[in-house]
Design a protein around this ligand. Structure first.
Ligand SMILES: C[S@@+](CC[C@H](N)C(=O)[O-])C[C@H]1O[C@@H](n2cnc3c(N)ncnc32)[C@H](O)[C@@H]1O
Length: 223
């Protein structure tokens, strides 16, 4: 599915979120606050938007973006500015449920709108915890099943009616954009996500909600 929508993915993201998705990723970068020299892993990197935001906003960091969609990765490679490619940003094809990375090899593991699509959320977080070094930080941006109560009805209408239409018109793939609201509905609340992060052994699990309660930014630390 992600291979099919890769070509129009960034455009649709901007349209669906009215351009706000860039601000959410930038907030994730500033909350993670990597130090110079940090090693950062972006799981489910897609077209590399979050990986590149980290690269631009930080100094001397190295960033690896992992994704299992070859079409998404090939778009990511095309968007990396030459001065960043190879030396600081790399993209690797791999499964977020079985990361092709050694234990304790990253200072930061980050993801944006990716873990919702994985076969087990607890399994994905456990895998991310495995590759974090002790004291390393997990940062996860995800959608929230229900927005603030007053907007709930409006968001449901928007997600279930307009998003599939937009996906049909622009990506030519209404199925993928019908899957999107369903995957959000099936996703746990931010409090439940924080509980899962603790269950996989991470500490200091916190979250903040953005975009009128429709997006959550989670952080947790490896003990
Ligand atoms: C909604 S996109 C998010 C992309 C990007 N992080 C962003 O912020 O735009 C989800 C991405 O996760 C990837 N993905 C889903 N399940 C995965 C898995 N098990 N292993 C690796 N990548 C996965 C998809 O291929 C897709 O590129």
């Amino acid at each position: 599915m992600f291979d099919r929508i890769a070509r129009r993915y960034d455009l649709l993201n901007s349209l669906m979120t009215f351009g706000r998705d860039r601000g959410w990723r930038q907030r994730a970068v500033s909350l993670a606050g990597p130090r110079p020299g940090a090693r950062i892993l972006d799981v489910g990197t897609g077209t590399g938007a979050l990986a590149l935001d980290f690269a631009r906003a930080t100094r001397e960091t190295t960033i690896v973006g992992v994704d299992f969609s070859a079409a998404m990765l090939s778009r990511a490679l095309r968007t990396v500015p030459t001065e960043l490619s190879a030396s600081r940003v790399r993209f690797v094809r791999g499964d977020g449920m079985r990361l092709p990375c050694a234990d304790s090899s990253f200072d930061h593991v980050v993801s944006a709108f990716a873990v919702r699509n994985m076969s087990s959320l607890a399994g994905a977080f456990a895998e991310q915890a495995r590759v974090l070094r002790v004291g390393g930080r997990l940062t996860c941006l995800e959608l929230v099943p229900t927005g603030l109560p007053v907007f709930r009805h409006l968001f449901r209408q928007y997600f279930h009616r307009w998003v599939p239409l937009l996906g049909g018109w622009i990506a030519g793939d209404p199925t993928a954009y019908t899957y999107l609201p369903r995957s959000v509905d099936a996703f746990p609340t931010p409090a439940e996500v924080a509980r899962l992060l603790r269950e996989v052994g991470l500490v200091d699990a916190r979250f903040e909600v953005l975009a009128l309660g429709t997006v959550a930014l989670h952080t947790a630390v490896k003990r």
